[in-house]
Design a protein around this ligand. Structure first.
Ligand code: PEP
Length: 258
């Protein structure tokens, strides 16, 4: 059985005080999920990580929103995997479209980040997804295939087991426009097929593939009822504990009914 995962990407939001309050509130509301197939991942700003004790819950861990491909040294403003690990995070988001766009990140550079993160024992949430221009040209599959294969398919079988894939169509992130369940399911199944072709069906079937892009408590049910959508990477809607937990309840219910 593969893991259902609900990840919250807080982006550049919350003061330290607000972040601690939000984190504590999510932790308190998450206790009731301890016997369910759901794992929570919280990705606050770097500065908050050391103040958050994720060991309070077995089904919750912390992630950084990015990492450097360099191990250490004169890289002002960057955060290494070792620093991320030293503050208790167990995972890192790699390839978020905002970073791809704002810093012109290429799959080749993401591949280097993947290697450093996995080599040092972090799990990764690897983001992929097409722009609206790609979709208008019906190029979504080739774009996603390049993103996934160029940064991940050199990994060994066992290292790929540390990868969570997040399909996040760029046109849906922070826009209030969500991919339809059919659009999302099609790409999720496509990604699972790529993993199966590269590795095998067993690894493909055990890889969690999350949907991200304006997912909230209103549209989550239809998305999570799709058989290849194993949870969500949630941006805006992860900044309110009640909303985030509502999405978690929806995820558990949708998968219980499968
Ligand atoms: C994200 O940035 O990963 C994301 C999915 O954002 P939002 O939910 O706000 O669209």
């Amino acid at each position: 059985m593969r893991r259902n995962i609900l990840a919250g990407n807080w982006k550049m939001n919350t003061s330290l005080f607000e972040g601690i309050e939000l984190f504590n509130s999510i932790v308190e509301k998450s206790y009731s999920f301890s016997d369910k197939n759901i794992h929570f991942i919280i990705a606050p700003p770097y500065t908050h990580l050391a103040t958050m004790d994720a060991n309070r819950l077995i089904n919750l861990s912390l992630a950084a929103q990015n990492c450097s491909k360099n191990e250490n040294g004169a890289f002002t403003g960057e955060i290494s995997v070792d620093i991320i690990k030293s503050v208790g995070a167990k995972a890192v988001i790699i390839g978020h479209s905002e970073i791809r766009q704002n810093f012109n990140e290429k799959n080749s550079s993401l591949k280097e980040k993947v290697d450093v993160a996995i080599g040092k024992g972090l799990d990764i949430i690897y983001c992929c997804g097409e722009t609206d221009k790609n979709r208008n040209q019906n190029d979504q599959e080739s774009v996603v295939e390049n993103q996934v294969s160029e940064a991940l398919f050199h990994l060994s079988y066992s290292d790929f087991g540390k990868v969570i894939v997040a399909y996040e169509p760029v046109w849906a992130i922070g826009t209030g426009i969500t991919a339809s369940p059919e659009q999302a399911q099609n790409i999720h199944a496509f990604i699972r097929g790529l993993i199966s072709n590269r590795f095998d069906t067993s690894l493909a079937n055990s890889t969690s593939i999350l949907y991200g892009g304006s997912c909230n408590s209103k549209n989550a049910k239809d998305l999570f009822e799709c058989k290849d959508i194993d949870g969500g990477l949630i941006g805006g809607a992860s900044l309110k504990a009640d909303e985030f937990i509502h999405i978690a309840t929806t995820l558990v219910a949708a998968k219980d009914n499968e």
